[in-house]
Design a protein around this ligand. Structure first.
Ligand code: FES
Length: 124
């Protein structure tokens, strides 16, 4: 559950496109220390549905896009990590090809009228 003040409003992506946003992530280290790091998320619209993902590849942690905001493959059917070419289902985040050990990290999303709301902060 997220606080009401932990949301930011961003533009809704068009079909087959993505919109990126910045957020803060709180991480607990092995020694118990807590650090805050800057992160990026992105929202995709695919087959009329919206999903928000952390822009962090589960393989080696790089951002998925090498051109800012470009996440879909040439056919527009899959999300691709441009570092080692892992492929993910846009709606489930499941990894279907490549070296990723698991799927994408889902972020919460709220649909508003013509915009959407995504988190300002997450805890990893
Ligand atoms: S960092 Fe994404 S596939 Fe390796």
């Amino acid at each position: 559950m997220m606080d009401d003040d932990n949301w930011q409003v961003i533009d809704r992506p068009e079909e087959g496109e993505a919109v990126c946003f910045d957020l803060q992530a709180e991480m607990r280290l092995f020694d118990g220390a807590v650090v805050n790091v800057s992160e990026q998320g992105f929202v995709v619209c695919f087959q009329g549905e919206l999903r928000a993902w952390r822009n962090h590849c589960p393989h080696a942690g790089s951002p998925l896009d090498w051109i800012p905001g470009q996440f879909f493959d040439a056919d527009g059917q899959l999300l691709v990590c441009h570092t080692h070419h892992a492929e993910f289902e846009p709606l489930s985040g499941e990894c279907i090809a490549g070296p990723c050990p698991r799927g994408l990290y889902a972020l919460p999303i709220k649909e508003l009228n013509k915009a959407i709301a995504v988190p300002l902060r997450i805890v990893l």
